[in-house]
Design a protein around this ligand. Structure first.
Ligand SMILES: Nc1nc2c(c(=O)[nH]1)N[C@H]1C(S)=C(S)[C@@H](COP(=O)(O)O)O[C@H]1N2
Ligand SMILES: [Mo]
Length: 369
């Protein structure tokens, strides 16, 4: 498939059946054409949090309809002494509820832009810039659900498994499962989790690629052995000449996401030649974003002040004033995190088109009227 006008929402209505529940109006969400995957439009992000109605959706199979009254979450595997199962009611009432604000981003976000860098199309969902959103998640710490099962001294991995058609699985080390901000979420932005986002319960694995945050959770396997499943051997791994295979994995397994930034304007953008505020976001996975700089055309790099809290695992907002002259301009933004990582000038080629996070040349056309 050739990408001609990659950042414009693609008009595919009538071709592919929608397999999600919530409305995905074209003025709020980018339709990637799969019937399953809808991005948040970067120019339609009102506040710090992404409203639930426009939070991006990335699903490999249709949204399942699960009944909370009969649903259970099992904890089992050779890394527990006593396998057990929780009901929906248990999760709400037997454990401390915690709320965290965290960003989810798909490892394939900006895949179309990676394709532009290399003059090709990478297979996979044709994401522009919309596969990233932030919500306040409320639920139970994963470790609080694991401990009652009696974790063995040799346990090393925890693998959530879903109840949708694809039985999605993605293991993580025990230490990440035990982190304060690894949650089994029951609510999102103060409302019950909507069907498309994992009702009755989903994982939220802070700072990691979205695929770790398994939706429609049904089972947690605790293991004394390294676990290999499609999502850590052939998908969501970096494959290519720069990335040697590692045992059963075709390349390094993607975990925490790299620093990247986003301008809250359409691509290409059209502005009027008048003083205005340009806004955006930056996200650095498990790290904190500490600075954002921008450059117009060949001008100097300048500071774009951060205007929101700096939380690890959640994006920041930044802004700058601009009084653009009529004509065509290129806007570049470069974010840096607290570990000294900064957005590179180009991203690394990998077969599946993941982790585009380099500085983008955002086209801006300025004219009267
Ligand atoms: N069961 C299940 N969980 C899943 C997925 C899926 O297809 N099935 N997609 C994953 C991927 S690739 C991403 S990026 C996030 C997206 O979460 P969202 O749809 O709530 O934005 O969910 C993850 N969890
Ligand atoms: Mo994803």
């Amino acid at each position: 498939m050739d990408v001609v006008a990659p950042m414009a929402p693609r008009k595919v209505a009538g071709k592919v059946a929608r397999k999600v529940v919530k409305a995905t109006p074209a003025d709020l969400m980018e339709d990637t054409g799969t019937g399953l995957d809808y991005g948040t439009r970067p120019d339609r992000m009102p506040g710090y949090l992404t409203p639930t109605d426009r939070f991006f959706i990335r699903s490999h199979a249709p949204t399942p309809h699960l009944d909370a009254a009969t649903w259970t979450l099992r904890v089992e595997g050779n890394g527990v002494r006593e396998p057990l199962a929780y009901t929906y009611d248990d999760l709400w009432h037997r454990f401390p509820l915690v709320s965290v604000t965290r960003t989810l981003e798909c490892a394939g976000n900006r895949r179309v832009l990676l394709g532009q860098q290399f003059g090709r199309t990478f297979h996979g969902t044709q994401w522009g810039r919309g596969a990233i959103s932030t919500a306040e998640w409320t639920g139970v710490r994963l470790r609080d659900l694991l401990e009652p099962a009696g974790i063995t001294p040799g346990a090393c991995e925890v693998m959530p498994e879903s109840l949708d058609e694809i039985r999605a699985r993605r293991p993580m080390p025990l230490a990440k499962a035990y982190a304060d901000d690894t949650l089994v979420a029951l609510a999102m932005n103060g409302g019950a989790l909507p069907p498309d986002h994992g009702f009755p319960a989903r994982l939220v694995v802070s700072g990691w690629l979205g695929a770790a945050s398994i939706k429609w959770l049904g089972r947690l396997e605790v293991s004394e052995d390294a676990l290999y499943v499609p999502w850590n051997t052939e998908d969501y791994v970096l494959i290519g000449p720069d990335f040697p295979a590692r045992g059963p994995a075709h390349g390094p397994v993607i975990t925490a996401l790299p620093v990247a930034s986003l301008v809250e304007l359409p691509w290409p953008a059209r502005l009027r030649p008048e003083p205005q505020l340009v806004r955006g976001r930056a996200f650095a996975g498990e790290n904190r974003v500490v600075s954002v700089r921008y450059r117009i055309d060949d001008g100097p790099w300048q500071d774009a002040p951060i205007t929101s809290p700096h939380l690890p695992g959640a994006w920041v907002r930044w802004q700058f004033d601009w009084n653009p002259a009529p004509g065509d301009h290129v806007l570049r933004v470069r974010a840096t995190d607290d570990q000294g990582n900064t957005q590179p000038d180009s991203s690394t080629w990998n077969e599946l088109g993941y982790l585009q996070h380099s500085v983008l040349a955002h086209p801006v056309h300025v004219q009267y009227g």
